[in-house]
Design a protein around this ligand. Structure first.
Ligand SMILES: Cc1cc2nc3c(=O)[nH]c(=O)nc-3n(C[C@H](O)[C@H](O)[C@H](O)COP(=O)(O)OP(=O)(O)OC[C@H]3O[C@@H](n4cnc5c(N)ncnc54)[C@H](O)[C@@H]3O)c2cc1C
Length: 759
């Protein structure tokens, strides 16, 4: 973070700012900019996506409700006074300000380059930021979107310049007085705010008048121009007009629309005093949701785009037409954005969408607006009998898509999630090309950020293979793997994960786990550092044990200390933490029979001690450890043997008992790698017996086999994959249901997926 550069805002001393709608592309980047300037920033959102959450966490923006101490609340225009978070701030008397107004206020202490216009301003701003970075020109910036390479959407910068995208949608444009204004184009939009095209034109004209230095208006001739000299799949070369100091420029983007945006960005950079070179845009990463290819599986190209105005849709579909081969067809799923815009432009939407061969309309995304007469998807669909419309994608007639076709998911609302859900159901998650749910650069950034917060003793690894950390030995890698060295580091890990919406997985000895072949999209936390393996007998006969302690060692240490009553745990190849989570049991005893108290840390980082009486435990289940990690437990064994390391009679009898149990296991359980019992025993029955009665012993998928020794075990004969094991589990369940009429329920845990989605 850069040194604090806090100046008074609205004439007052403001240090703590809370952001409403921090998941959005307007407020999120502004929050990151504020944090970079040294403000203490918190924020909340009703629907915070993983990528923005990661960016916020990296920037140090804490996702939390309105804090007790707060000087200012900034909100997106979509959050109205009736919203509970808005109402809460207003009730407390904290001043509230709209995003555009605060950005304008912040810009008064800098030289602002305002990028505005109806279409393409985010891409133009992103191109300008890319050019400035490539030229080593450390301007601050606030983008209205996310860069596709995971780099931050905002930065404080270290020179006087600030590049920002100015949103005209809510009238806050009237607060800005830029040094340079870049107007990419102008089309009437936001009819809820600008009743006529003239009203919008007037707002821009006033901005131009308030501009202190140069107005680069690409709606008219600005002197800066460029044409595409060459274009291939990797990008284009622009031939630039004489106003530029360079004759050509290479741009990693294609199409007329992007050429115009690149010309505007280079013109702005040159006007700011940057020495242009032809390669400043050669590594442009692109902006998320701008013609992003999601899949090419089965020869069908699936893209997503943010277009939400008729002019944008027309430009997009014209450009996509060029990408569809002669035999291919262009299909569009469109989610209109805002009822007011839909009502105002329904005929224009229908005309622009008619450029596609087939059109399906999802329900309008309201963006916080109330319904408006004529502002529904049906109002567009009515204008073209070829269009279909339904609230969800299930009704989309996708079955006849064929190789060579291009399908575009278009809109600025939450269609990106619908598109991904639809795709993962259709082509399967692994077949998705790009982008993965969270690009690897995000995991790199998150892991790097975490590394900076914890002690050097804490291990943090990216793409750590998990198969060898489990007893079944199948599955892929953890995106991030952490072995915290102490409670503070564990807390920092959990909080960083919560802030970035990174899923958390606890790992013990991996003896009751199946890891999917694709690995685990989250952070896997193992209490493998010695600090978590304590064994501390107390004078009153109880024992404090760390969650990382192996059950085998627990039994051995207890026997040595002459403490009887834990022998039943001896052959369970897990840790204390895993045994607590699973309420592991054997030989007639359950883990919670000997537990008095559990210490745990919740996913939010709170450390608690809960007596057994306050916990909800059942067969292979402990509710309190679903969203928490056990750190340790106070055990009280029913009978107390003689203390001392010397092997007195009672130590000897404990050892004998352990040996007897060991022998019993030896005879009844397979030796090959396994995950223990796959299914829970149905009430009054034994899963192993039902599987055996169904004739399944020896049943095999790949190298996964139903054990001939104990039918409730699936063993890995060498090269089994997670997919083999899951297929075998499905087969066993189906056969047992068929022949015994019983639905077996898995006991073994599956990382990152719900059994109901897999079985
Ligand atoms: C050969 C064999 C024999 C077995 N015999 C038995 C048996 O007789 N009885 C029996 O009950 N089980 C048995 N099991 C299953 C398994 O050993 C137990 O369920 C054990 O308790 C799992 O502990 P673990 O440390 O390996 O947990 P893992 O498999 O690593 O994890 C299991 C679950 O516990 C969670 N977890 C891990 N650590 C913590 C923590 N510190 N805090 C909160 N949650 C945590 C994980 O997130 C996961 O959800 C057997 C397994 C094998 C391979």
């Amino acid at each position: 973070m850069s040194p604090a550069r806090i100046s008074p805002l609205f004439g007052r001393d403001v240090r703590r700012i809370h952001c409403l709608g921090v998941g959005g592309m307007g407020v999120g980047p502004l929050a990151i900019y504020l944090a970079g300037m040294g403000y203490a920033v918190t924020g909340e959102d009703d629907g915070l996506g993983a990528e923005m959450a990661t960016q916020l966490a990296i920037a140090g923006v804490k996702v939390a409700p309105l804090p007790a101490e707060c000087d200012l609340v900034v909100h997106t225009s979509a959050v109205k006074p009736a919203h509970p978070a808005y109402a809460a701030a207003a009730a407390r008397g904290v001043p509230l300000v709209r995003r555009g107004h605060l950005l304008a206020e912040l810009a008064t202490s800098r030289q602002l380059v305002a990028v505005c216009g109806s279409h393409g301003k985010t891409t133009t701003t992103a191109l300008l930021i890319t050019a400035l970075r490539a030229a080593g020109f450390p301007a601050g910036y606030v983008l209205g979107g996310l860069l596709a390479d995971g780099s931050p959407p905002a930065a404080a910068g270290t020179n006087p310049w600030l590049v920002a995208e100015i949103d005209e949608s809510d009238g806050t444009i009237g607060h800005f007085s830029p040094e340079i204004t870049v107007a990419v184009n102008l089309d009437w939009d936001h009819p809820d705010h600008y009743r006529t095209p003239q009203a919008l034109g007037q707002a821009f004209a006033e901005l131009f008048r308030r501009t202190r230095g140069t107005v680069l208006n690409f709606g008219q001739s600005s002197g800066f121009a460029g044409t595409i000299a060459a274009e291939d799949a990797a990008g284009m070369t622009l031939r630039l007009s004489a106003s530029f100091t360079i004759p050509t420029a290479r741009v990693r983007a294609v199409g007329q629309f992007n050429a115009a945006n690149a010309v505007a960005a280079l013109a702005a950079a040159q006007t700011m005093g940057v020495a242009l070179t032809p390669d400043l845009l050669a590594d442009f990463p692109g902006v998320r949701r701008r013609q992003a290819v999601l899949s090419t599986a089965g020869g069908v190209t699936v893209i997503e785009d943010y277009a939400h105005h008729p002019a944008e849709i027309r430009a997009l579909l014209t450009s996509l037409r060029g990408r569809v081969g002669p035999a291919g067809r262009l299909w569009v799923v469109f989610q209109p954005h805002r009822p007011s815009r839909t009502a105002q432009f329904a005929p224009e939407f229908a005309a622009a969408l008619a450029l596609a061969d087939r059109v399906h309309l999802m329900d309008v995304y309201s963006a916080g607006e109330a319904p408006v007469a004529g502002g529904t998807s049906a109002d567009i669909a009515r204008l073209n009998p070829g269009f279909t419309a339904s609230p969800a994608l299930e009704a989309f007639p996708a079955a006849d898509l064929k190789p060579g076709d291009l399908l575009a998911f278009v809109g600025a609302g939450d269609i990106e999630h619908a598109a991904r859900d639809w795709l993962s159901k259709r082509v399967g998650r692994v077949a998705l090309n790009t982008p993965p749910a969270t690009p690897s650069s995000h995991w790199d950034l998150w892991a790097a950020q975490l590394t900076a917060q914890v002690s050097p003793e804490t291990k943090i690894r990216r793409e750590e293979p998990l198969a060898r950390k489990t007893t079944l030995r199948v599955g892929g890698a953890a995106r991030v793997y952490v072995e915290p060295a102490n409670a503070a580091d564990l807390r920092a890990t959990l909080r960083a994960a919560a802030a970035a919406a990174v899923p958390i997985f606890g790992l013990g000895r991996g003896s009751n786990l199946i890891v999917p072949d694709a690995g685990v999209d989250g952070v896997v936390i193992a209490l493998a550092h010695p600090t978590w393996s304590r064994f501390e007998p107390r004078p009153d006969g109880s024992i404090w044990v760390g969650a990382g302690l192996r059950l085998k060692n627990l039994c051995g240490l207890a026997a040595t200390a002459g403490l009887a009553g834990l022998e039943f745990l001896e052959g369970i190849p897990g840790s204390v933490g895993g045994a607590l989570r699973m309420n592991a049991g054997a030989m007639g005893g359950w883990m919670f029979d000997v537990v008095e108290e559990v210490e745990l840390m919740t996913w939010e980082g709170s450390q608690l001690r809960l007596p057994k009486t306050a916990m909800h435990v059942a067969y292979r289940h402990c509710a309190e450890l679903h969203d928490a990690l056990a750190l340790g437990a106070l055990l009280r064994v029913p009978a107390r043997g003689e203390e001392g390391a010397a092997r007195g009679p009672s130590a000897l009898s404990i050892s004998r008992q352990i040996d007897a149990y060991r022998q019993k296991r030896h005879e009844s359980q397979p030796r090959e790698p396994s995950a223990g019992c796959i299914f829970k025993n149905p009430p009054g029955s034994s899963a192993g017996r039902l599987i055996d009665l169904s004739g399944l012993k020896g049943e095999r998928v790949g190298d996964a086999e139903v054990s001939a020794v104990h039918a409730n075990f699936i063993v890995n004969r060498g090269e089994a994959t997670s997919a083999d094991v899951l297929e075998l589990i499905r087969r066993v369940r189906a056969r047992v249901r068929e022949s015994q009429g019983v639905d077996l329920e898995p006991e073994v845990l599956l990382y990152g997926q719900a059994w109901k989605d897999v079985l």
